[in-house]
Ligand binder design. Structure first.
Ligand SMILES: *[C@@H]1O[C@H](CO)[C@@H](O)[C@H](O)[C@H]1NC(C)=O
Ligand SMILES: *[C@@H]1O[C@H](CO)[C@@H](O)[C@H](O)[C@H]1NC(C)=O
Ligand SMILES: *[C@@H]1O[C@H](CO)[C@@H](O)[C@H](O)[C@H]1NC(C)=O
Length: 360
């Protein structure tokens, strides 16, 4: 249904508030689906991974984490109540105590030392680093079932180092222009699964797209993936097309589309004297991967009560939603936690990437 909006969803997904000439945004005439899209500031940068390596301190590689401040190394799904145990959230919606995290980008200078690439909010938002988070309900009349407490999921693979056969990418990168967006669908050109290998005036953007179908039973699974699925006709364009995107009968329940957008501010490295003389790729994920395949997104649901369900049913758009509570931007920025793994210097030049990652 409604194939005519397909070419437009690109504007929706990534240029919603920004775009090259956004003008006043009017969802009624813009023909784009309603979606929450909001800033979550940096909660902490730490070597922890309560989803894949619960209780392991330090975890194999560094992550950047946003959301509720109950985040810690273990987060046992049976006992850890993100809402009750959080005192604040770094996200603009103050009822969202979920945690969201990804790998961290590093730059390797020609002398072989590494430096963490800082993040900046997506254009149009203010704040400190972090992630722009999306929740997209199905278009039209289809209902969305918001996640339940204890729900978690993972997209991407930290160990991936090359392009698998039959690869339908869910994690992509774009070399951003100084301002505006190239107005394309994520994971379609100019997006690539590999990391850009040039100066990017607007930084490098990672986009991570989560599945939209759930088995309706399991809050998690051994690989943190098999309890959810992408729609059957989940090609790049159809992935966002809920009306056409049919959930497989093993995973019949439509869940909100979660999506992360992370902008790595590479501009301080746009200096040819810093780049390796042999022409090798200076950007490398905290996993040790300089190709780009290993970026990943982790999600632990933690919205208060039925807040997310209300927002999905109300088909709210952007970061203002009458059925949700918001907090001032400075309050969200103030919500941070101390690093647990203190030995890693995350702000200066370091001789090696932190952790037990593949070294060059
Ligand atoms: C994480 O938080 C829970 C709940 O507050 C607590 O019981 C647990 O000990 C904490 N785990 C770590 C590793 O800090
Ligand atoms: C490596 O290069 C960076 C950037 O020029 C510089 O700041 C740093 O001091 C250098 N480190 C060493 C060990 O030479
Ligand atoms: C959505 O949910 C409402 C309320 O439960 C129900 O009346 C309606 O039929 C559902 N719509 C679809 C398309 O399933």
């Amino acid at each position: 249904m409604a194939p005519q909006w397909k070419p437009l969803i690109l504007t929706a997904l990534l240029g919603l508030v920004v775009g090259q000439d956004p003008g006043p945004f009017d969802p009624a005439t813009a023909n784009i689906p309603p979606m929450l899209r909001f800033q979550c500031n940096q909660l902490v940068i730490d070597r922890l991974d309560p989803l894949v390596n619960p209780g392991v301190v330090p975890s194999p590689h560094i992550h950047q984490i946003v959301g509720g401040n109950s985040f810690n190394a273990s987060m046992d799904p049976k006992t850890h109540d993100l809402v009750k145990q959080s005192g604040c959230t770094s996200c603009s919606f103050s009822e969202d105590f979920s945690n969201y995290w990804t790998a961290v980008l590093y730059f390797r200078a020609r002398n072989g030392t590494y430096r963490r690439v800082p993040q900046k909010p997506s254009e149009g938002f203010t704040g400190v680093g972090g992630i722009t988070v999306y929740y997209i309900p199905p278009l039209g009349k289809a209902n969305t079932t918001a996640f339940r407490p204890g729900f978690r999921m993972l997209v991407g693979e930290a160990t991936l180092r090359s392009m698998p056969q039959k690869y339908d990418p869910k994690v992509c990168h774009r070399c951003m222009p100084k301002t505006g967006d190239n107005n394309n669908l994520n994971c379609a050109p100019p997006d690539g699964v590999t990391l850009p290998h040039k100066f990017c005036e607007g930084g490098i953007r990672s986009v991570i797209t989560f599945p939209t179908c759930w088995d309706g039973v399991n809050l998690d699974s051994a690989d943190h993936k098999s309890h959810v699925a992408y729609p059957l006709d989940g090609s790049i364009t159809d992935r966002f097309d809920y009306d056409g995107g049919v959930c497989p009968n093993t995973h019949p329940v439509k869940i909100p589309q979660v999506m992360y957008e992370v902008v790595w501010d590479t501009t301080m490295f746009n200096d040819k004297d810093l780049w390796p003389e042999d022409g090798s790729q200076p950007f490398v994920w905290s996993t040790g991967d300089e190709n780009g395949y290993s970026q990943h997104g982790d999600y632990v649901f933690g919205w208060k009560g039925d807040a997310l369900q209300r927002a999905m049913d109300a088909k709210c758009t952007g970061d203002v939603c009458s059925v949700l509570e918001s907090q001032p931007a400075d309050k969200a920025v103030d919500c941070t936690i101390d690093r647990v793994v203190q030995e890693d210097d995350i702000n200066g030049w370091v001789p090696e990437l932190p952790g037990s990652v593949m070294k060059r």
